[in-house]
Design a protein around this ligand. Sequence first.
Ligand SMILES: Cc1cc2nc3c(=O)[nH]c(=O)nc-3n(C[C@H](O)[C@H](O)[C@H](O)COP(=O)(O)OP(=O)(O)OC[C@H]3O[C@@H](n4cnc5c(N)ncnc54)[C@H](O)[C@@H]3O)c2cc1C
Length: 531
Amino acid sequence: MPSAHYVIVGAGSAGCVLANRLSADPATRVLLLEAGGSDRDLNVKIPLAFANQFHTKRDWDFATEPEPGCANRRLYIPRGKQLGGCSSMNAMLYVRGRPLDYDLWEQQGATGWGWEDVRPYFLRSEDNSRGAGPDHAVGGPLRVEDQRDARPLDERIIAGFEAVGVPRTDDYNTPEQDGASMFQVTQRGGRRWSAADAFLRPAMKRPNLQVVTHAHVQRLELDGTRVVGVRYRDKGGAEHVAHADREVVLSAGAIGSPHVLMLSGIGPAEQLREHGIDVVHDLPGVGANLQDHPMVSVINETTDTQTLYGADKPAKLLQWLLKRSGPLTSTAAEVTAFWRSRPGLPAADIQFHCGALYYERHGEAEFDGHAALVAPVLVAPKSRGRVSLRSPDPYAAPSILTNSLTEPEDVAAMVAAIRLARQVLASGPMAPHMVRELLPGAELQTDEELEANLRERVELLYHPVGTCRIGAPDDDDAVVDPELRVRGIEGLRVADASVFPLIPGGNTNAPTYMVAERAADIVRGRVPTAA
Ligand SMILES: Cc1cc2nc3c(=O)[nH]c(=O)nc-3n(C[C@H](O)[C@H](O)[C@H](O)COP(=O)(O)OP(=O)(O)OC[C@H]3O[C@@H](n4cnc5c(N)ncnc54)[C@H](O)[C@@H]3O)c2cc1C
């Protein structure tokens, strides 16, 4: 029976950070269990190939229940199932969010998670190609670079935002986030730099870290209300129990972590009983508070021929293989803009993802030609959803509902943002290069028409969070306390994107690294704790 001081479930963004930091002490034995396999594949390493992983063995391939706010469609939720988890599948866009996000976490009971507390943990990870400064650091494991191969259209899009009153900014990863700029990306020399690259591989040489792939955790092993290990099955279906001398850290992500908790009898009692699972601890918040960022594309055909159309040609692959340059280094979205859809908001509620490509239905819809994309993403959604059990079978996907676009304010912000995207595409710097509007389609003009089209086409931007949220110790709906301990259970923490009380105003990978960096310090007793 394998045993370790710490058993970490899930080698994703958070799990890789924890495995590295906890095994830095040679006297600490760490076991990292991952349901997926290796990350050795060109579709992982080549930045623009990330969507080739969708619906493959590298993807948990989740989908929501029919969404009432989205014309009753099921929305696709890809999740990485391999070393690096989603960081081996994501679009590599490096975005921290703004101080307000974390100050709101603190106000909602996540004591010690305010901006000034978490800022050092963003910097600890970072190795920014722009060098060190008040907002950036060098020397950390996580390489962050400017894009290697920008397209001329990128500059026009930024100028287009300026023309409609959204200022140009050099760096959205400062306290002043608003404005349009190029994305910085988690790449090293034109290749993906995942959590496995940055944090896991350097630590795998350590004799005190054991990594087991194809280890699908079925449930936690409990002695009363104390977690003593985990039960998992290997590739061949054989069952194993791994013993944790000190703690289990659950880092299975915003879908996986609440799922494992519920399978282990920790969750909403009534729901567990419905599925014949013995209730160890009634914790109603498990799986609740699900948040994600809805996205819709606005796309024009363009006369510009230097786009990502044809980026998959053999010559471009050769260029990437030989020089790590060319369009395959692109992350699809190359430009971003943070914008407030109405006056009086404390921060941007919309983040545009823009680029020289046609991206609709996760890249599955095709257009035979050159295109310009300006896609609004709602980064301050009011709607809340949930992850719940569908079956007691650990291999059955849980039921997921985001309730996206069920709040009128969310819909109004997205409709306003679609209109702004159209203005950007029609602006002075852009107009001479535009042929026609492809999506949503120029014939749609009234708010009602745009709203109906939005509900038909909206998708999720791959950022589920919040399903094991941090809250004050007396908050009965919280899942973990500010030290990430699962309420009512000993020997168990959760550390991943599921603990976010509130979704940050930007992409979620950098915040997940931050959570894991701070979690590692908490586990090692390096953060003064309230209790
Ligand atoms: C297609 C896509 C594009 C994205 N683009 C960006 C982007 O450009 N920028 C950005 O900031 N964010 C992006 N994200 C989101 C970001 O990558 C995630 O928020 C982040 O990686 C979440 O990290 P995590 O540690 O919480 O979960 P994950 O990285 O999902 O890790 C969870 C791990 O646990 C494993 N696991 C789950 N259940 C079990 C089990 N029962 N037993 C064993 N192992 C288990 C999983 O296989 C996985 O490896 C994107 C995500 C996707 C999918």
